[in-house]
Design a protein around this ligand. Structure first.
Ligand code: NAD
Ligand code: MG
Length: 358
């Protein structure tokens, strides 16, 4: 369960739970004649959305299907408007639910649409990527990108429920799955001793070419429970939720400096954690072994552990300054003290940020 501004909502995790979706919709009070919108994208449609849609139809729910174009480049107000036009043309009613089936991009847009259509319609997240399952579907943040920056337009809109079936991850490209491990490692390092021990034993199984169902299910469960706990404590990100930004300050700046090309988010977060460890060391908050430990986890997950050639600190600076978490010109840093412990600080000289990169 997650507590939120509009009441608690459940998170259900398990391999095979996708077969229960129609039953659960009925349990939530949606009658079998009520129209359901299944939002997805063109990649996920043939892999999973067609099957989910058919199973809902079989149970008597009339399903309206909508596919976004695939990619972060389409996480825009234009895509949202297209979908709203389509829903309104059908005379969508306020009680009719929206199911967002996909990764963080579909989830963020589906959530945003549900939050503004008719001042809010019921929303269920069905995440299909590692990032979706351990992070973006939990916590109520929705939104789209703007030319001025990522995620600058959006809302907090808690879903009615989150349904996480790790089965969906089996079709994820290997690089995407490994990239998701960047976020998983982050959860372990910010303070989840059980997950840290689990990764010590199972990181090779998670990053291997074949998909290990049991190990992935346990991992998703541990991370999703952690995110649920953190956002329940601090929905609006004024305290402990900020710890989830570990690796993200420099990670986002790196993605920006590379024009969001050639690097995946989780890969950038991994490198961002190394950068944070270097800053932490420069501030004498940790020793050199922390950077090495993070590097070892990244290597075991087959994630990059070296900054891309040619990226200098001056390339990152403009992005560090425009970070959404910046206030009064200073970004709150989340720095590692030891594996499993981070601190938040605004007490530093800006010049120390330069020590982030070799
Ligand atoms: P994504 O949604 O772009 O998905 C990655 C790729 O995998 C896409 O090409 C997608 O079509 C494909 N895909 C998805 N599921 C698949 C499956 N089961 N099999 C095969 N292919 C599949 O990327 P993502 O990493 O899931 O999400 C990133 C987005 O999430 C960013 O826009 C980020 O801002 C957002 N995000 C939001 C939050 C939040 O709290 N709202 C948190 C983290 C990230
Ligand atoms: Mg992230």
């Amino acid at each position: 369960m997650v507590s939120s501004c509009s009441g608690p909502y459940p998170i259900r995790v398990g391999t095979g739970i996708r077969k229960k979706f129609p039953e659960w919709l009925a349990e939530m009070g949606f009658s079998f004649t009520r129209k359901v919108a299944l939002l997805s994208n063109r990649t996920i449609r043939p892999l999973h959305a067609d099957t989910i849609s058919a199973s809902l139809e079989t149970h008597g729910f009339p399903v309206a299907n909508f596919d976004f174009s695939d990619g972060e480049a389409y996480k825009t107000l234009d895509s949202v408007r297209d979908c709203l036009d389509w829903l309104l043309a059908m005379k969508w009613e306020r009680q009719n639910p929206i199911l967002a089936l996909g990764g963080g991009v579909v989830g963020d847009m589906g959530g945003f649409i549900a939050s503004i259509l008719l001042r809010g319609v019921p929303l269920v997240h069905i995440p299909t990527t590692v990032v979706g399952q351990v992070d973006s579907s939990i916590g109520g943040k929705t939104g789209v990108d703007h030319r001025a920056g990522k995620n600058l337009i959006g809302s907090f809109y808690p879903p009615r429920s989150v349904w996480i079936d790790p089965f969906f991850l089996e079709t994820l490209p290997l690089r995407e799955r490994r990239s998701g491990l960047g976020e998983v490692i982050k959860y372990a390092l910010i303070g989840n001793p059980k997950l840290l021990r689990f990764l010590d034993d199972n990181l090779e199984a998670l990053s291997g070419e074949s998909f290990d169902r049991g190990v992935w299910e346990e991992t998703i469960f541990l991370c999703a429970a952690d995110k649920a706990r953190i956002v329940s404590e601090d929905e609006r990100e004024s305290g402990v939720r900020m710890n989830l930004n570990f690796g993200h300050t420099f990670g986002h700046a790196l993605e920006g400096a590379m024009g969001y090309q050639g690097i995946l988010h989780g890969e950038a977060v991994g490198l961002g954690m190394i950068a944070a460890a270097r800053v932490s060391r420069a501030l004498k908050m940790t020793g050199e072994e922390t950077e090495e430990t993070i590097r070892t986890y990244l290597k075991r997950a087959h994630l990059p552990d070296q900054w891309p050639e040619g990226i200098r600190f001056s390339d990152l600076e403009p992005f560090l300054k425009s970070d959404k978490k910046t206030s009064s010109g200073l970004v709150t840093l989340v720095l590692p003290v030891r594996p499993g412990e981070v601190v938040r600080t605004r007490d530093y000289e800006p010049s120390v940020l330069g020590s982030a990169i070799v």
